[in-house]
Design a protein around this ligand. Sequence first.
Ligand code: TXD
Length: 308
Amino acid sequence: MRYKVTVVGAGNVGATTAQRIAEAELADVVMVDVAADLATGKALDMMEAAPILGFNAKISGGGDYGATEGSDITVVTAGLPRKKDMSRDDLLAINQEIVGEVVRQVVQRSPGTILILVTNPLDAMCEVARRVSGFPRERVFGMAGVLDAARMRYFIASELNVSVEDVDAFVLGGHGDTMVPLPRYATVNGIPLPQLLSADRIEAINERTRKGGAEIVNYYKQGSAYYAPSAAVYDMVAAILHDKKKILPCAVLLQGEYGLNDLFVGVPARLGAGGMEQVIELELTAEEQAELHKSAEAVRELVEALPK
Ligand code: TXD
């Protein structure tokens, strides 16, 4: 049996995600973009690599949603990326219109699909997708935490000169400057991070993690990160299609967990064949809880600014 994954937006994150999924033969991939020729051309270019790399997945691309019918998962990257000196929140108005229309088109043809949102401002776009699709929270959630945690893991591994494979870390909260890195839950091969690094060094890593997106934007000037973001989406897609039951930080609609309601916030969740199968509640200190609520407030402000 072959799975089908639709990726809307064949830009940097979308195309790289499509490439990663196809090269791993995880699923056939359909890319859709308003820039139809761009999607068609990138799909053809990737397929022409298939004989060399030896993958059998099919990638197609264009402007028509017809080809997306019956998708198991749909990844939404359509929108404008953040430019230098532009906050994620500035993107709100433009991207809510784009994401709303994309989700309408997608769910008409794939009413059972699982929606993974990537477009910024991420947490608010999840809410737009939820409203338009009417899907339960198991089938509409966002990618941000896997990326933010991967950045933190990389910074920890570099600082300690250990393998990235040995480092685990969690980042909670909204995907913005108020995100909450959780060094207490970071480990190096099971050893808690606070036993390995001074509080000062840990705080420096937290700060670099919070600003990780901006650090890349400053280098690229035009556009934002996509290699690590597409790897993060790939991890989530693989967890679902292979029913891995992997615990990954995702933007999930909270319904009472962490004392928060009806708001998409980044928390650890179990991903498997059923999509977002369970929210994992971590025990937080009063300070961590306060930071999480502050981050959630920033998300709420954005959601309240959305046109009804
Ligand atoms: O952690 C995260 N969630 C993120 C989010 C990490 C990285 C990037 N993040 C956000 O994803 C970023 O701020 C943007 O909002 C999206 C996509 O980023 P990307 O870097 O891929 O942007 P591009 O290269 O500009 O690609 C966007 C594509 C482009 O080809 C447009 O033509 C297309 O989206 N687009 C559309 N496709 C379909 N339908 C509509 N309406 C549409 N509008 C634009």
